[in-house]
Design a protein around this ligand. Sequence first.
Ligand SMILES: [Zn+2]
Ligand SMILES: [Zn+2]
Ligand SMILES: [Zn+2]
Length: 320
Amino acid sequence: MQRFNCPLCGTRAYFHNLTCACGSQLYYDPQTSRMATDAPACANRPGIGCNWTAPLDGTLCPSCAMSQVVPVLHVGDNLQLLARAERAKRWVLANLARWGWFTDDDPGRRPRFLMLSEEAGGRSQQITMGHAAGDITINVTEADELIRLKRQRDLGEQYRSMVGHFRHELSHFLFDRLSEDDRFRPALRKIFGDERADYAAALRRHYAEPRNPGEHFITAYATAHPHEDWAETAAHLLHLVDFTDSFVSAGLSMPGIPSDFRPYEEADTLRLLPIAAEVAIAINDINRALDNSDLYPFVLTAPIRDKLAFAHRWLRAPRH
Ligand SMILES: [Zn+2]
Ligand SMILES: [Zn+2]
Ligand SMILES: [Zn+2]
């Protein structure tokens, strides 16, 4: 994420800030990727603290407008859980906008988010996150950190976050958008395998006999089916680009990182990935000083780098 400042006083402002220490209201403008102090506010600003600007006063911002369904908000912690989930969504959408996705210049389809809670008012329901035909189901209950960490441990995952869920599910949606180009799927099959393989059977097999990711897959879940391999790989590309962007935007530097390095603008994956790996190792060292877990506990083998390079090529390709 890039660095922001209050346009009025110049103080550093963070992406989710609603106000500045100088007293100004802050609004993130998704069209210019900048902070403003006077703009039409998203109608969800008072309810869930959305700080994005809206096309007109009283309307929803582009991110909130994509949420077609929200939980019953007066039940349990649903309002707070939705607020946290929407924060993560705005972060990921702002990242994707750096590559032109879902901006005003992008005439393509938008996803519809079904933001559901396991607490549905008097009864609890099971929710499976996923993407189907443009609808992305998100379980906002996982915005509760204790619940999410317990599931992460039960599933034996190294990393689980709301930002990660949005990156993964949006990658499925982007697969469909990219498929509008006839060259995308044949090229993908050469690297990820045939995505026309029976999906339900593959998932049953995965849960019955989970496979080790080995050298070829970024996570165990990626072994389930080429669709999941693509979504996991594309999500990891977004992780790598964004934490490296945050590193350089914070003004940090390391040997081997050019002073003008701009991760979202870098077209060469072979230049990007070694730098991201070095940044991850350095931050891991810092985290170990506090006995915190590693920032990015994954190994980028040569076959995984090839897959990341494919995702990078397609996700940042200009489409207009
Ligand atoms: Zn200010
Ligand atoms: Zn909003
Ligand atoms: Zn998936």
